[in-house]
Design a protein around this ligand. Structure first.
Ligand code: BES
Ligand code: MN
Ligand code: ZN
Length: 497
């Protein structure tokens, strides 16, 4: 399908060629608009032959009979509308866009008997379409050929709905969120030769156009602050580290900010504790946490969120080199705590330790959520459909869980505690950067917790969800952009009053 959609909203429209999409709830007939695009009445038989039941996101494709103003008609299932799936509308939009094929025009009729489709639903469908269309093809010099000329780059979509006017207003907000997700995907998909710490920082800097305040700390400044943990990771790379602070001040002047911190390892070779060659290329995505934080700041600024939000990303490259850190090195973090680096491949926690300390010392946030592609072990525990949630705060955990269900960016809370914490005590320093053989995601979280004091905190281990993502209705990309919609929702539902 085309890689972008150009969306307009209308109260009514007649397709002029292209594909016409109509909806049908489970066990019900298609909406009234189906009759308009199907004057000959062929759909009834087609749906019967296809044994179409209206299950959510299933579809039947029919070549339009003569007399229809469309070339093709697609009926898409709405599922059980009395018990809708969470985030049903966004996913429906993705499923619809997945049926556009080579069409250059699409007319999507959002109506169904006895189903209320409000402005938020309509805008969500539009967002789902945009996210589905995304693809990373910047480095393909030959365009996809469909056999008779090039595939169109964009499909013009008219969404027909009763709530069109209100949806159009909301769309500018939702488009901002989609933009944040796609920014995060781009950053994760981009190879590390192109996106080093400086280039990532420059990308984040572009958010100033949306009114985000940007501050970039250099290595010299970080050294002065005592960020020995972060800088120890960076010292094996010829490309210098950066810490980027993004601030969106959309809330009341006096109200405390909320904060998001991201792991931004632009490439993770493992350092001297080097990774095996097979699959190492995936480590270009080891900045998925930082990408999500950057995408989130984009989303919040684009939709002018009424909240004060800090986004901090630690950008480093973990390389093998004559100056790279060695197993057994002891570094002093900004917090003053010392760390014995027993495995240079457990580098994300070292970067986050100093980023978290800086965030909490300087901004005293109401809470901090960090995101990181932190451990392979989280994939062993949860697979790729939930991010690991580790937290010292039940309220924040519940809010994240709810936001996850609402956006289908799901999180699953994992245990923490003193028994696990003990596993990272070190003989030679305050702590070591790895635990034992088991519970690797938990000991990693325990490590981070030693840098947050009493601040309400949550850590999302997104190693399984941010990259190498299984394709779904709204993402066909290696990088999913996981975290942007989740945290946008957290802010919207709980922190914008
Ligand atoms: N970036 C990796 C974790 C990772 C692995 C992310 C696979 C995405 C896919 C992290 O820096 C790492 O190497 N973790 C080690 C920790 C271990 C040395 C304690 C791991 O998971 O093996
Ligand atoms: Mn690593
Ligand atoms: Zn890593």
């Amino acid at each position: 399908m085309p890689k972008s959609v150009e969306i307009t909203f209308a109260r009514s429209a007649k397709p002029a060629g292209g594909v016409a999409v109509v909806l049908a709830a489970e066990g019900a007939k298609p909406g009234p608009s189906a009759e308009a695009v199907d004057p000959a009445g062929v759909l009834k038989k087609a749906l019967k032959v296809a044994e179409f039941k209206g299950k959510a996101r299933t579809a039947v494709d029919v070549i339009a009979p003569s007399g229809s103003s469309a070339d093709r008609i697609v009926v898409v299932g709405l599922g059980n509308t009395a018990k809708p799936d969470p985030d049903a509308w966004t996913r429906l939009g993705g499923a619809i866009a997945g049926r556009f094929g080579k069409a250059r025009r699409a007319t999507v009729f959002l109506d169904a008997p006895d189903v209320e489709i409000d402005a938020a639903a309509v805008a969500s469908v539009a967002m789902g379409m945009e996210l589905r269309a995304y693809r990373f093809d910047r480095y393909k010099t030959k365009k996809k050929d469909d056999g008779n000329g090039n595939e169109p780059d964009t499909v013009k979509v008219t969404i027909v709905a009763a709530a069109a006017a209100a949806a159009k207003k909301l769309w500018s907000e939702y488009e901002g969120i989609a933009g944040g997700v796609m920014l995060a995907r781009d950053l994760v998909n981009e190879p590390a030769n192109i996106l080093g710490p400086l280039e990532f920082a420059a990308k984040a800097g572009e958010l100033s156009k949306l009114g985000v305040e940007i501050e970039v700390l250099t290595e010299k400044e970080m050294k002065k602050l005592g960020m020995g943990a972060l800088l120890g990771v960076a010292q094996g790379s010829t490309r210098p580290a950066r810490l980027v602070v993004m601030r969106w001040n959309g809330g009341k002047a006096k109200s405390k900010p909320i904060a998001f911190v991201g792991k931004g390892v632009v490439f993770d070779t493992g350092g001297n504790s080097i990774k095996p060659a097979g699959g190492m290329e995936d480590m270009k995505g080891d900045m998925g946490g930082a990408a999500a934080v950057t995408g989130l700041m984009h989303a919040l600024a684009a939709r002018k969120a009424k909240a004060n939000v800090i986004g901090i990303i630690g950008l480093v490259e973990n390389m093998v080199d004559g100056n790279a850190q060695r197993p057994g090195d002891i570094v002093t973090s900004m917090s003053g705590q010392t760390i014995e680096v027993l495995n240079t491949d457990a580098e994300g926690r070292l970067v986050l330790a100093d980023a978290l300390t800086y965030c909490i010392d300087k901004y005293k946030p109401e809470f901090v959520v960090n995101l990181a592609t932190l451990t392979g072990a989280i994939m062993v525990a949860l697979g790729q459909f939930h991010a690991g949630l580790f937290s010292n705060d039940d309220t924040l955990s519940e809010q994240l869980t709810e936001a996850g269900l609402a956006t289908h960016e799901r999180v699953w809370r994992m245990p923490m505690g003193a028994d696990y914490d003990k596993l990272i005590d070190s003989k030679n320093a305050d702590m070591k950067n790895i635990g034992g053989r088991y519970g690797g995601s938990i000991t990693a979280a325990q490590f981070l917790q030693r840098f947050v004091d009493e601040t309400p905190w949550a850590h999302l281990d997104v190693a399984g969800t941010a990259m190498g993502s299984p394709a779904n209705e709204i993402s066909q990309s290696w990088a999913s952009g996981f975290g942007v919609r989740l945290l946008d929702r957290l802010v919207r539902d709980y922190y914008e009053k």
